[in-house]
Design a protein around this ligand. Structure first.
Ligand SMILES: [Zn+2]
Ligand SMILES: [Zn+2]
Length: 135
């Protein structure tokens, strides 16, 4: 048996592949059920409302959303903001528009030899890449 400190409450517990102790894990599941039930009854509630009514703190509710654990969101709860443009989204961290834009941006970063990368910028980027290759 391996003893570890619980990530949530810090108490030592018998580690079985989950970083929190049994007590915190069941607390967490209770909280999750409360949040889910509340959203089921009141679709469209804000995080603050859910938090006030269920007693679960806002950070924790956000975590459920970001982990995409609350599926009920798909049915019309708009209580998250895109981290990039602050548009309301249903789950995750970014809206669809930002996601596809970020994908494009990401591609232009990994493929610098496009029309966009001209002159100095191009030289700078290819230079950087070369240096990386040498390592
Ligand atoms: Zn604990
Ligand atoms: Zn966005």
């Amino acid at each position: 048996m391996e003893l570890k400190n619980c990530k949530k409450c810090g108490r030592a517990f018998a580690y079985k592949g989950i970083p929190v102790c049994g007590r915190c894990k069941s607390d967490d599941e209770d909280d999750f059920t409360k949040v889910k039930d509340y959203l089921y009854d009141y679709p469209g509630a804000t995080i603050r409302e859910v938090s006030d009514e269920t007693g679960v703190n806002e950070k924790q509710i956000l975590r459920y959303l970001k982990d995409s654990r609350i599926e009920i969101i798909e049915e019309g709860n708009f209580i998250l903001d895109c981290e990039r443009c602050e548009k309301s989204i249903r789950s995750g961290r970014f809206c669809d528009v930002c996601l596809s834009e970020m994908k494009k941006e990401f591609r232009s970063v990994i493929k610098p030899r496009t029309e966009q990368a001209k002159g100095k910028e191009k030289m700078y980027i290819t230079d950087k890449l070369k240096r990386k290759e040498k390592r």
